[in-house]
Ligand binder design. Structure first.
Ligand code: HEM
Length: 330
C-alpha cells in the first residue's frame, strides 16, 4: 500500500520523466503538406467552423473533444469517426463516447467542403486537428500552427477506446499514467484538461462528485452552496442522466483560465478535474493549477504546446485519405 507521500513523489518523478521523453515519430507531418495539393484547406475548415460556432458555441467544444478522443486511440488517425459496419467495429460505443461524443454531422459538413475543393486529398484526422485549433481560437483561446499530413486509419479499436480514453472517475495516478503512456507529461495533462473551460458534462458524469466530496473540497460560503444546490436540483441522485451542466459555470463559452480558478475554490464539476488540485498526491499538478489560475498566458502557451504534442501522436500503421470520414474507402 502506497502512502500519499510516496504516491505524490511518484507522480512528481513521472512528471519529470514525462516532460523529457517524446517518443513520437512526427517526421511525416509538416506545415506545408497541403500547400500544393489543397492550398485552401485551412481556410475552408476555418470558414465552416466560424459558421458552426456562430450558430452554437458548443460546436467548438465538440471538435476539440473529438480530436482528443481520436488521438488517444491508435493515434490521431480519424478512427473515432468510423461508423460500425458489418466488417468494422467502431469506437462510438466505447464507454466514454456512447451517448456523449457528438459533432459527427459537423465533421461531415467540413469534409464535404474539402472533397468539393480537392477530392481525396485532406484526411479526416487532419480535418479534426485543424478544426480543434480553429474551435479554440473562435472562443477566445490561443492560436498554434497545426502540422498536417496524417493518414486515416482503416481500422478502429473499441477495446482501446474503452481502456485508453480517460474517465472522470479515475484518480490522479491513473490519469497521469495514462497521459504518460501517450508521451504526454504531467504539465501537458494539466494544461490540456483546461479544455474543460468550454463545453458541457452530463449528470451521470458528475453525480458522484456532487453527492460525494464536493462539500469537502469547496469553500462552504453561500456562493458554493448555492452552486451545489443548483447542480443537485438539475441532477438528482437517480435519473436525468443526460441533463447538461457547463464545466466552467462562470464563462462556459469562453476559452479562458477561469476553469482553474474554480478548481482553487474546490468547485470543479468533474471529479477528475478537481483531482488536479485537491488530490493528496497532486503536489505537482496543484502547483500547475495555481500557475494557470494566476497567469492566463502561461496556460495558453502550455496548452497550445501540448495540443501540438497530442496532435503529433501518429498511428504507425499509416492508412489512407478517406472520402467519407465515417467509412474506410472501398
Ligand atoms: C483527465 C482527462 C479527461 C477526462 C477524465 C475527461 C472527461 C470528460 C467528461 C466526462 C466530459 C463530459 C462528457 C459527458 O458528460 O458526456 C468531458 C467533456 C469534454 N472534454 Fe474532457 N476529459 C479529459 C481530458 C480532456 C482533454 C485532454 C480534452 C481536449 C484536449 C478534453 C476536452 C473536452 C471537451 C471540449 C468537453 C466538452 C464536450 C461537450 O461539450 O460535449 N477533455 N470530458
Amino acid at each position: 500500500m502506497y502512502s500519499y507521500l510516496s504516491l505524490a513523489l511518484m507522480i512528481y518523478i513521472l512528471g519529470v520523466l514525462g516532460s523529457r521523453g517524446s517518443a513520437q515519430d512526427v517526421s511525416k507531418l509538416s506545415l506545408k503538406y497541403y500547400d500544393k495539393s489543397c492550398p485552401n484547406a485551412q481556410q475552408l475548415v476555418r470558414t465552416e467552423m466560424e459558421c458552426a460556432v456562430r450558430e452554437n458555441p458548443r460546436n467548438a467544444a465538440l471538435m476539440l473533444r473529438l480530436h482528443f478522443h481520436d488521438c488517444f486511440v491508435q493515434g490521431c488517425d480519424g478512427s473515432v469517426l468510423l461508423d460500425d459496419t458489418e466488417t468494422l467495429v467502431g469506437e462510438k460505443k466505447a464507454s466514454q463516447n456512447l451517448n456523449s461524443l457528438i459533432g459527427f454531422d459537423l465533421v461531415d459538413r467540413i469534409k464535404n467542403q474539402l472533397e468539393g475543393e480537392c477530392p481525396g486529398v485532406v484526411s479526416c484526422a487532419d480535418l479534426l486537428a485543424i478544426a480543434a485549433r480553429d474551435a479554440v481560437i473562435l472562443v477566445g483561446g490561443p492560436y498554434w500552427d497545426v502540422p498536417v499530413g496524417r493518414q486515416d486509419s482503416k481500422t478502429a479499436n473499441l477495446e482501446k477506446a474503452n481502456t485508453d480514453i480517460p474517465a472522470p472517475t479515475q484518480n490522479l495516478f491513473a490519469l497521469v499514467t495514462n497521459f504518460l503512456g501517450k508521451g504526454l507529461s504531467v504539465q501537458d495533462m494539466v494544461a490540456l484538461v483546461g479544455s474543460h473551460t468550454i463545453g458541457m458534462a452530463r449528470c451521470v458524469n458528475f453525480r458522484e462528485r456532487i453527492y460525494g466530496d464536493f462539500r469537502a473540497t469547496s469553500d462552504s460560503d453561500l456562493n458554493s452552496m448555492a452552486y451545489l444546490s443548483k447542480l443537485q436540483s438539475l441532477c438528482p441522485e437517480r435519473g436525468h442522466d443526460n441533463k447538461l451542466s457547463p464545466m466552467d459555470y462562470v464563462s462556459p463559452n469562453m476559452f479562458d483560465n477561469i476553469f482553474y480558478r474554480s478548481l482553487l475554490n474546490g468547485k470543479g464539476l468533474l471529479n477528475s478535474d478537481q483531482e488536479m488540485y485537491s488530490s493528496f498526491t497532486g503536489i505537482e499538478t496543484a502547483k500547475l493549477v495555481k500557475t494557470y489560475a494566476a497567469d492566463p498566458l502561461a496556460f495558453f502557451k502550455h496548452f497550445s504546446d501540448a495540443m501540438v504534442k497530442m496532435g503529433n501522436i501518429t498511428n504507425p500503421e499509416g492508412g489512407e485519405v478517406r472520402k467519407n470520414c465515417r467509412f474506410v474507402n472501398t
